[in-house]
Design a protein around this ligand. Structure first.
Ligand code: DMJ
Length: 464
């Protein structure tokens, strides 16, 4: 039975509750928000943050936004301009064209990947390969495509040297030496959109086949309940955990199953997505106080393990909506919106049984804004814009620092305490989600588009 129709008794419970929640929620009431003005505010914050980064850390991976000092992400001794690559397509879609050009010029002049150092395949692919490809999509500049191609070529031994086809976690960019076979679903299966795009643009089929084989190798090892555990050995193919979760380190594996279908019409990806999602909806849904959550369970017995969620799990409501399970996607996103309303900013770790944080920090996370944006693309319900507005305004109130936006050490403190870091994804994800959600920009095709797990736009830009 298709998962969208596989209604469970619990579905009716939270459907009723979500109806009640909507009726009483401040987000349901019509309001007079000037969305274009709000979009201009987002753009102004992006331009201001970019100017701070250019002045105090240009070319370094990240800026420390409280102290105004540079921070490395990949290698202490090599600058890979992570924040630049992550920011590029956000700058472009906002019409910050001079800043976009400044960033492209830096990449073309400085980015070289012939480095004798081990790099993490997953982070490098979603952030740098994806960022360069989305900037190429925005501008048509083939020098950016050449950089993405060179980088993916250097990363590919992580796949080709593995006996199972599931990639090693680290690879040396110069020698192709690999290490760390103990891996997880996200680090096995989050490559097809970027590498498939590269395959399309270069005509080299390997870039499609390698990630697809890795994804299949993991899917083929699913339990008889059709669940995946969250740790596996890439050389032996043996599971190293029994815990099934929709959150990290499994999250984007599920996302990229759907995305393979959305972006390339890959029917195998769709089939795998449907099988996994049906199993997750059957075994992991948990309703507490009328709110929908997804519990971690034993992947072979389905037994509940805990009530722990991470903030990153909030992406899943958007994915469920995209895959056709709109009712569940909506309910789960409303659960996270309630957490946002409770704490202002969602804590990194959260127990839904007690409704209390298990980790009070927040690393400037984008996932609720991501889900709200994806759901809004599907049904244009203004509710999602309002949830996105709260996400933006609360972030502005608590994270704006002297030299940019900062993660938080404790979302429960008054005032919320800052951690002096601005992760690369901040430039690529929430700033873009807010802007696309509020602006109705003609530079983006709201009907046909694709954004990666890192918010990189690989389809849908309009060069006017
Ligand atoms: C981003 O790098 C991506 O969204 C990834 O899939 C998960 N974590 C971060 C943002 O929280």
């Amino acid at each position: 039975m298709p998962f969208a129709r596989a209604l469970h008794r619990r579905t009716f419970l939270y459907t009723a509750a979500a109806g009640g929640l909507l009726a009483t929620s401040a987000y349901a009431a019509p309001d007079e928000t000037d969305w274009k003005k709000l979009a201009e505010d987002v753009k102004a914050e992006m331009a201001w943050s970019w100017a701070q980064y250019v002045e105090h850390a240009f070319g370094h991976d990240q800026i420390r936004p409280v102290s105004g000092t540079p921070q490395s992400f990949f290698f202490p001794e090599h600058r890979l301009g992570l924040s630049i690559v992550e920011a590029l397509d956000t700058l472009w879609v906002m019409g910050l064209d001079a800043q976009f050009e400044q960033g492209v010029n830096w990449c073309v002049a400085n980015l070289r990947f012939d480095i004798d150092g081990d790099i993490q395949l997953f982070e490098t692919s979603i952030r740098l390969v994806g960022g360069l490809l989305s900037a190429h999509h925005a501008s048509g500049d083939r020098r950016l495509l050449a950089l993405a191609h060179d980088l993916a070529e250097r990363l590919s031994p992580a796949f080709t040297k593995s006996p199972t086809g599931m990639p090693y976690r680290f690879v040396n960019l110069r020698t192709g030496a690999v290490r760390d076979p103990m891996t997880n679903p996200a680090e096995v299966g989050s490559y097809l959109p970027e590498w498939g795009t590269l395959s399309r643009l270069t005509g080299d089929k390997r870039f499609y086949d390698l990630p697809k084989a890795a994804t299949k190798a993991m899917f083929d090892r699913r339990s008889h309940l059709d669940l995946l555990a969250d740790a596996i050995h890439a050389e032996t193919g043996k599971w190293m955990s029994r815990r099934a979760t929709i959150g990290p380190p499994s999250d984007s594996y599920y996302e990229y199953l759907w995305d393979g279908w959305q972006l390339f019409g890959d029917a195998d990806s769709k089939r795998c997505y449907d099988v996994c999602t049906t199993a997750i909806l059957k075994h992991q849904q948990d309703v507490r106080d009328g709110r929908l959550w997804f519990a971690a369970v034993d992947f072979e017995t389905g037994a509940r393990l805990d009530h722990h969620q991470t903030e990153l799990d909030a992406f899943y409501g958007g994915l469920l909506g995209q895959g056709g399970a709109m009712r569940e996607g909506r309910a789960y996103t409303l659960s996270w919106s309630a957490v946002q309303d409770q704490f202002g900013v969602i804590p990194e770790g959260f127990d839904y049984a007690t409704f209390k944080p298990t980790a009070p920090s927040n690393a400037l996370r984008p996932e609720l804004a991501d889900a709200a944006f994806n759901l809004w693309l599907l049904d244009k319900d203004p509710l999602w814009r309002r949830i996105g507005r709260t996400h933006f305004l609360n972030m502005k109130a608590s994270s704006r620092s002297r030299y940019g936006y900062s993660g938080l050490k404790d979302v429960t403190a008054t005032p919320k305490t800052k951690d002096d870091s601005c992760p690369g994804y901040w430039w690529s994800e929430q700033m873009k989600y807010y802007y696309l959600l509020f602006s109705d920009t003609p530079r983006f095709d709201y009907a046909k588009n694709y954004l990666s797990t890192e918010g990189n736009v690989l389809l849908g830009f309009r060069r006017l």
